[in-house]
Design a protein around this ligand. Sequence first.
Ligand code: EAX
Length: 339
Amino acid sequence: MKKLLMLAMLAMMVAIVAACGGGSDSEGTDTSGEESSGETITLKVGHTLADTSHYQEGLEYFKEILAEKTDGRMDVEIFPNGSLGGERDMVEGLQIGSVDLVLTSTGPMSGFVEEITVVDLPFLFRDAEHAHTVLDGEVGQDLLAKLEGIDLKGLAWWENGFRNVTNNTRPVEKPEDLQGLKLRTMENDIHMAAFRELGADPTPMAFTELFTAMQQGVVDGNENPIPVIYSSRFYEVQDYLTMTRHFYNPSILLTSNSFFNNLEPELQTALQEAAVEAGIFEREVVQRMDEEYLNELEEQGMEVIREIDVEPFIEAVQPVYDQYSEVFGQELIDSIKNQ
Ligand code: EAX
């Protein structure tokens, strides 16, 4: 009698799992990540930027090469414009399985794994090449590995770019010009600490709220890379842009450990390879847009300050290094700077 009961329960559980896990979406696509019958797995990937942005272009390339590497067994559905929520929301979504992949800047990561945000220190990287060497090297890979502790998997380092200040109040050429400016920052303690040291009034906010906040004067300005300022049409709500390049902002193509581990090995390899290759492609897109869009922003009416003396800015943010060398260790900071 007991055996019969167990068998009945097992049959029921299999039926439930089949109904929940092994099901398919409206197009008959297996979305569970579990490779069962050779059906196409469609990965849901979210990001906050426009569908004309560097993120979108990189993800479309990722979609293409992933399909090639898996003979069409893996497909990608891209959700731009924060349609799945802000970056922090989406990373939380990874942990509960509501999204498969997220392309996020390191901005909100201080809320998940603080060590990762060592890369967010102001004026840390000399140029993009320096950043790529560090991130693709031992330091960068060690940082990604720290995500595994909270069921996240960093597939590869992508790029958002060097961040610059925009505002509606006055041209910014020296730190004093930032005095009292209400500047939106990402939800990142280091970024906020740096702007406090520079005399501004940092206001953390999700990217999805930023355009309206600038339009309505809730904040005077923000800081973002050129490709973001252009593709998100900030020129419609901002007058001044200064090329401060104060933070290098990497991005991470993230998934969850549980999703990744559920894939069969050859799909894991294909996903990992495609993430790295598309990341290299996406960095080139950022560089192209960085060069192309600066003139476009001027044509759209922004007053662009291209050259400033950054030394006074670097000096002003030194207390941030004093504060965070205890958190990250001076050795790690030096190992990054000396590469
Ligand atoms: O990662 O929040 C921001 O300012 C970021 O640049 C954006 O979400 C893309």
